[in-house]
Design a protein around this ligand. Sequence first.
Ligand SMILES: [Zn+2]
Length: 489
Amino acid sequence: MFQIIVAEFKHETNTFSSQRTDFAAYRRSLYAVGDDLVSILTGTATEVGGMLDVLEGQPDVSLIPVVAANAIPAGPVAADVFEDIRGKLVDAIRVHGPIDGILLCLHGAMVTENSEDGEGDLLEAVRQAAGDGVWIMATLDLHANNTQKMSCCADVLINYDYYPHADMVDRGREVAQIMLRTLRGEIRPAMVCKSIPLILPPLSTNEAILRPYVDQMHAYEAADGVLTVSIAHGFLCADIHELGMTVVAVTDQDPERAGEIADELAAKLWQDRQRLKPENMTVDEALDEAERSAEGPVILADLTDNPGGGSPGDGTHILRAMISRKMKNAAVALVCDPESVAACVQAGVGQTVRLLLGGHIYPDLLGQPIECDAYVRLISDGRYRNRGPMSGGIVVDLQKSAVVLVDDIEVIVTTQVTQPYDVEIFHAHGIDPARKNILLLKSTNHFKAAFGPLAKRVLNVSVPGLLAQDPRSVSYINCRRPIYPLDDL
Ligand SMILES: [Zn+2]
């Protein structure tokens, strides 16, 4: 029997956020120990869901579920959380040994209170506890800053192929299959990682410039002996020394071929570096364009207050402009503002209440609170289940929430925050997104997976915020230099 450990420990850390990521933050999103990991994640469109799908029922596998922990992106992960998860993994390796394989679902941009390389430290501890003979393989987000320590301590790393990340479950299945084939002696993975001194702005893999890279990765993978190829885009809001892009190539016992693939892709990315930037609009450009559109819904993407990148989701720049233009038949997901929710609950459904909406956490950066009279249309428990394709099946808990009407703009106001990339956030709040002229979403690219089919147009709006869109606007302290585009390379 092959003894295989499965665990998840994820965080995308925005080092410019002052909101600490503590145990409470993990408990709000995901913190499951032992068999709870299996019962919560089986059948979900997540990496662990994919791993379980491949491994469960295999006659030669004994599965050891250890822990699954995930929290919404924000500031550094508290030291006690990191030590808890690392301790659980190291203990499991000792208690259940001998272990044959360790499958981890990580993010790759975790910064903790004590370390700028959370995943590197975790993998190092796992490697030390397990020894050199144990296969350690991990999935990573596409927005990972893959570090040297991570690639030294793991045998196989697989970043997502896509942004939006619609392939979480596929990458989970892929890594589990590589693990099984390796343990059964069919293959012997050899990995090469090549770092590129390049900070990429948030850019979808569906953009014309990046799509050919995904095709090229798949073409490499179709060849005999090539197991998996990934491009880590990096996360530009984690100010660490090894910030940047990385190409990862894994072959069957052929490090030379893996090196060639990594070199080819890295050279091509470097050649394209000046073209690797998104096309964004100012608020006024976007609202003019939205008002001109005959057909809805037009989606306004609030890129810089995206909670999926560690922003608090209470920014007001775009909503304020929409209110002042009295835009018609619009809906907003979301404004995270527990005080306003409490005021709505106190006033009650059907009442009009004076709110200071949003703008409480970083008013100087994300916009001041909006003073407005809001009609309370609905109070909700804020819970819904994602329909997918990203994280389908996972329950989101925004805690108590309210839908308020400001003129003809319906705003979902919440106690907890999430990146609103699933249409269910609207349905759960009694709003049919397909029938709106305008949807304002605090999301970058991810929403396109679910909202793409119903959107008539998508407008990317860049306002001042915590999730920078241009690396040159960020005050880096730790990031290695020289690096493009901070330096003229
Ligand atoms: Zn990502």
